[in-house]
Design a protein around this ligand. Structure first.
Ligand SMILES: *[C@@H]1O[C@H](CO)[C@@H](O)[C@H](O)[C@H]1NC(C)=O
Ligand SMILES: *[C@@H]1O[C@H](CO)[C@@H](O)[C@H](O)[C@H]1NC(C)=O
Ligand SMILES: *[C@@H]1O[C@H](CO)[C@@H](O)[C@H](O)[C@H]1NC(C)=O
Length: 180
């Protein structure tokens, strides 16, 4: 029974993929990401829409698909593997950087606000961490409460230049705002 349902789902999604491959109109306009920023020496959470949004790629290998420029990066990128239930404690972003969670679950809280963010690893796992010690006295707190290892890539921004964006609202992005 279950496998019949699964097969139907697979066939439906295969058909959807095939349809997408020939379609030209993008399904979504931009990428919305949760941002750990800072204001008045205190870390904040905001939801940003990255600008410019998706365009149709003309590069070999991805031609015709949707692509979004994340802006210039530099320095040493790193790949972290955090054990299940790891407590990252209170800290500042070591550099202004993209943090791309590939698995697991990160729970971000703030010392001076009740706002929080839950970031699940996967295709919707990219955030910007910008609260370096220079701009935030007390940083933020990150815990990894799941039973799975959390894998994260950290990619520093070039020249501390944040990507083009529009601030959608204060607080973390909501599930439907990041859904790809
Ligand atoms: C990158 O890492 C190397 C080796 O640890 C270090 O010498 C270098 O200064 C680092 N570069 C930056 C931009 O942090
Ligand atoms: C920022 O906050 C830290 C920790 O609360 C404090 O020690 C520091 O003096 C503050 N810096 C400014 C410029 O207010
Ligand atoms: C990002 O947010 C905008 C504004 O709320 C919304 O129109 C758009 O669909 C969102 N993008 C994604 C990928 O969900």
């Amino acid at each position: 029974m279950v496998s019949v349902k699964l097969l139907t789902t697979l066939l439906t999604s295969t058909a959807a993929v095939a349809a997408t491959a020939t379609a030209t109109a993008p399904d979504f306009k931009t990428l919305n990401v949760t941002v750990i920023g800072a204001h008045n020496n205190k870390s904040t959470l905001e939801c940003w829409a990255i600008e410019p949004g998706f365009t149709e790629s003309s590069q070999a290998g991805t031609a015709g698909s949707e692509v979004l420029n994340l802006g210039p990066v530099s320095g040493n990128a790193s790949f972290s593997v955090l054990p299940a239930k790891f407590d990252g404690g209170r800290h500042n972003a070591p550099a202004m950087q993209w943090v791309i969670f590939l698995s697991g679950l990160a729970h971000i809280t703030l010392p001076h606000s009740g706002k929080e963010a839950w970031i699940r690893g996967g295709k919707e796992g990219a955030i910007l961490a910008l609260d370096t010690a220079k701009v935030s006295g007390d940083g933020h707190i990150t815990k990894y409460p799941s039973d799975e290892v959390t894998v994260a890539m950290q990619v520093p921004l070039q020249g501390n230049k944040v990507p083009g964006h529009q601030i959608l609202h204060g607080g973390a992005c909501k599930g439907e705002e990041v859904s790809l």
